[in-house]
Ligand binder design. Structure first.
Ligand SMILES: Nc1ncnc2c1ncn2[C@@H]1O[C@H](COP(=O)(O)OP(=O)(O)O)[C@@H](O)[C@H]1O
Ligand SMILES: [Mg+2]
Length: 386
């Protein structure tokens, strides 16, 4: 390979001394040809050989420098490639991370949907069961109630007859055997107690029967969706009338505050929704032991095409392990006779029929918020985002 500034390439014939060799000879001997001047002699040959060695060394050095340059260029190129690869790999990793996050989100949504489907399925079978049970119970409850009414009036008649017998016996002489029989019978059977206790028994029985009827009615409501009754209506009106109904139960221990926003008319079945509000308010009241506060908030979420009704209480809250179960039919933490465990499951199915949802936020010891979200119209979904 011929290097561009190779001194040997500049001369034809006798090669000049390598410049470095020339300088060194001049420094040591005063002349480049010292110690002799005979070019053709042995000294001249030696100098030519040394000069050639210098030149060869120069050529080798340039060659090495050139290859080093080439290697350095290659290394730089490789470095750039590696840097590019690294950036690409980082980008791919970030994309993978994003994909992973999206997948986690999807899995979460899927789990939610499965839970909802599972719940809907459970509701459907419980609904069928409830319809059957309600039908079976309704008939006997009907005639027990009718018979109880007759029994009450028969008992009143009997009591009048007993009074007549008592008076008749009192009119007889004190040692008359019939008078003594009547008096002994009255004493042995404790007539004053019977007289006092019979009305209590009748009243308790009527109350118990009323409770059974209420459960049956709830079960029937729960299992017979009344789809036909959707009309446009003012939710505030329903909330006010429902509040009036529960007012008696709440007024002693709760401060009830309303914060009503501007609401459009909502397509709904007002009777059923009132039932939902009633259940939520009664539950809020039950959650408050001595004194507390219930807040009812209504809001219009125009962007989502929804309205919300929140019932916030400062009551006992719900234990985390119960949160998943509160919408299950018959789940109750209340004493026998106080809770049927049907309020929330009924409310859930009513809200579902309205294509809405119920959200719960609760902290034990601090209170609970039940938020009912309802679409304003049923035919139109939420408007597309602006
Ligand atoms: N506001 C609330 N605060 C605390 N617990 C509640 C509240 N609402 C509902 N719960 C819990 O959910 C359970 C189920 O409620 P529900 O279906 O209305 O049945 P019930 O009121 O007859 O027990 C209640 O027993 C109670 O444990
Ligand atoms: Mg309840």
């Amino acid at each position: 390979m011929r290097l561009p500034d190779d001194p040997s390439a500049q001369q034809d014939g006798a090669a000049p001394l390598h410049p470095l060799l020339g300088r060194q000879l001049r420094r040591h001997f005063g002349t480049a040809m010292a110690p002799g001047t005979d070019h053709a002699g042995a000294w001249g040959g030696f100098l030519a050989a040394v000069s050639e060695a210098y030149l060869q060394f120069d050529r080798d050095r340039r060659l090495t420098e050139h290859s080093l340059e080439l290697m350095s260029e290659e290394l730089n190129q490789r470095n750039d490639e590696l840097r590019r690869e690294l950036a690409e790999r980082r980008e791919a990793e970030a994309a993978l991370e994003r994909e992973k996050a999206e997948q986690a989100l999807l899995i979460g949504k899927l789990a939610d949907t499965r839970q909802q489907l599972f719940h809907a399925d459970k509701m459907a079978s419980i609904g069928q069961l409830a319809a059957g049970v309600a039908h079976e119970i309704n008939n006997p409850v009907g005639y027990v109630q009718a018979n109880l009414g007759s029994l009450g009036s028969y008992l009143a008649d009997l009591m009048q007859i007993v009074e007549g017998v008592e008076r008749l016996a009192a009119a007889l002489p004190a040692d008359h055997p019939e008078r003594r029989r009547v008096e002994t019978l009255c004493r042995e059977r404790d007539l004053p107690f019977l007289r006092a206790d019979i009305p209590n028994l009748m009243q308790e029985t009527a109350e118990g029967l009323g409770r059974v009827r209420k459960i049956v009615a709830d079960l029937r409501d729960f299992s017979h969706p009344d789809e036909a009754g959707f009309v446009l209506c003012d939710l505030h009106q329903g909330l006010r009338s429902t509040l009036n109904i529960v007012h008696n139960e709440l007024k002693y221990k709760c401060e009830v505050v309303t914060d009503f926003g501007e609401l459009p008319q909502v397509e709904c079945n007002p009777g059923q929704l009132n039932q939902v509000f009633l259940n939520l308010l009664v539950n809020a009241g039950h959650a408050i032991q001595e004194r507390g506060r219930i807040e009812i908030l209504t809001r219009h979420h125009a962007d989502a095409g929804e309205v919300s009704v929140s019932i916030v209480d400062s009551g006992c809250g719900i234990a985390p392990e119960n949160l998943r179960r509160i919408f299950d039919p018959f789940f109750t933490t209340k004493a026998v006779g106080k809770g049927t465990g049907l309020g929330l499951s009924l409310s859930y199915s009513i809200v579902q029929r309205h294509r809405g949802r119920i959200e719960v936020d609760s902290e034990p010891g601090r209170g609970s918020t039940f938020r009912v979200l309802l679409p304003i119209r049923h035919d139109a979904g939420p408007p597309p985002p602006a």
